[in-house]
Design a binder for this molecule. Structure first.
Ligand code: NAP
Length: 260
């Protein structure tokens, strides 16, 4: 199988079933392609059905199997329906990657209730809904890999991101707690904290605040560059693999050394 999308990492996930949220573009798309190229059947979740179809096609082009589910992670019923359908169709759920996320950056004095609520709901409640729905199917099989995509903004503060930082720090708290609930069932729960990664999300920063935001950020990154989605996907692949069986409750920063 092609391993180009994963920067050379090859892991045998044949027969495993994965859900990746936010798989329509950016980091989530790279994660879905990496999991699919390494043998997992991938359920790709996001709101934009056309973009999801492109991710599915990219997985199929590597010889992998994938389906798309147009679903808003804030919609409780849809989330339960997606998980139920995946488990019914593919008979189990091994890997859940909670990647969908948004920013609504502004200083707190200007932050509206809606900006606060939207970010907390999408970035924290959405993952909760998926983890709760995945809990029993994973318990029944006594196997699972849950990977929550947090952020360095959940580890250290970032002006203008109080809503986003709170959601990502909250996700770290949920990760640590759930890892303790599930460890004896051979289900691991970990988080990844990406730094600055090239995607629409970082492009939005440039559009809003100008290129200097990125230039200033690079000065704080020991690797002196932004990461690419495939570098985060490689970390997801490892944590999703059977090889990562003794790693749980951990937060892996993929940030070019920024928080090192
Ligand atoms: P992105 O390019 O903006 O993509 C976000 C993804 O989330 C899209 O696939 C989007 O799909 C999906 N999404 C957003 N709201 C959704 C909703 N309500 N329901 C379902 N799907 C939804 O962002 P990205 O840079 O790839 O970021 C992916 C994750 O990494 C996020 O959790 C982000 O916080 C985290 N992260 C990114 C960076 C970075 O530098 N890029 C750094 C740290 C952490 P639709 O629009 O089709 O729904």
């Amino acid at each position: 199988m092609a391993n180009e999308p994963t920067n050379g990492i090859q892991i045998d996930l044949t027969g495993q079933v994965a859900i990746v949220t936010g798989a329509s573009r950016g980091l989530g798309r790279a994660m879905a392609v990496a999991l699919g190229a390494n043998g997992a059947k991938v359920a790709c979740v996001a709101r934009n059905a056309e973009k999801l179809a492109e991710t599915v096609a990219a997985i199929q082009a590597t010889g992998g199997e994938a389906t798309s589910y147009a679903c808003d992670v804030n919609d409780r019923e849809s989330v339960n329906q997606v998980v139920d359908t995946v488990v019914e169709t593919w008979e189990k759920l091994d890997i859940l990657v909670n990647n969908a996320g948004i920013t609504r950056d502004t200083l707190m004095a200007q932050m509206s209730d809606a900006q606060w609520d939207e970010v907390i709901t999408t970035n924290l409640t959405g993952p909760f809904l998926f983890m709760r729905a995945a809990y029993m199917p994973m318990m029944r099989k006594r196997y699972g890999r849950i990977i929550n995509i947090s952020s360095v903004s959940g580890l250290v503060g970032n002006p203008g991101q109080s809503n986003y930082s709170a959601s990502k720090a909250g996700l770290i708290g949920v990760t640590r707690t759930l890892s303790r609930e599930l460890a004896k069932r051979k289900i691991t729960v970990n988080a990844i904290a990406p730094g600055f990664i090239e995607s629409d999300m970082t492009q939005d920063l440039v559009d809003k605040f100008g290129q200097t935001v990125i230039d200033e950020a690079k000065k704080r990154i020991p690797c002196q560059r932004l990461g690419v989605p495939e570098e985060v996907a490689a970390a997801v692949l490892f944590l999703a693999s059977p090889a990562a069986s003794y790693i749980t409750g951990q937060i892996l920063a993929v940030d070019g050394g920024m928080t090192g």
